[in-house]
Design a protein around this ligand. Structure first.
Ligand code: RB5
Length: 155
């Protein structure tokens, strides 16, 4: 069961996937809703094959509107959907496979999106990653300037 820090109770969690991440998305959604968090599932809602860039974009624009929110993206490997999300300058999506990287992506990179691969990461580990991601704060300090540079456009 997710132990909830006060800071995340006020944050909305957007979730999206492709067909390869549908089952893990459902498991994470139910985990978060049981913990009382406000979530919105941006789809897809059936197992029909879809393109992960479309759903990464949908979630990116939701975070553009609600800058206090966090996102969770899932595809088969987590690779495609994290690449697609990171094409948006305000998104810092971290593809993680373990609790340590889930913690570090918050502490050092202020990641606002967690990306997971349903075909590579077991459900229990994925849920732990979600808990750690949501409960860990950005360290700030020496990381502030580096994170700010991530939004610089490179052409
Ligand atoms: C879909 O088959 C698969 O390619 C996708 O879920 C993802 O793994 C891409 O990176």
């Amino acid at each position: 069961m997710l132990e909830i820090g006060n800071n995340i109770m006020s944050q909305k969690i957007f979730l999206a996937s492709d067909h390869g991440g549908l089952n893990l998305k459902a498991a994470i959604l139910s985990h978060l809703e049981q913990a009382g968090l406000l979530c919105e599932d941006l789809g897809p809602y059936t197992s029909e094959s879809v393109d992960y860039p479309d759903f990464a974009s949908k979630l990116a624009y939701a975070l553009h509107e609600d800058t206090n929110a966090r996102g969770i993206l899932i595809c088969g490997s987590g690779i495609g959907i994290s690449i697609a999300a990171n094409r948006h300058s305000w998104i810092r999506a971290a593809l993680v496979h373990d609790e340590t990287s889930a913690r570090l992506c918050r502490q050092h990179n202020d990641a606002n999106v967690l990306a997971l691969g349903e075909r590579l990461t077991g459900e229990l580990t994925a849920l732990k990653c979600v808990d750690v991601f949501l409960n860990t704060n950005f360290d700030g300090g020496r990381h502030e300037g580096r994170v700010a540079k991530l939004s610089n456009r490179v052409t």
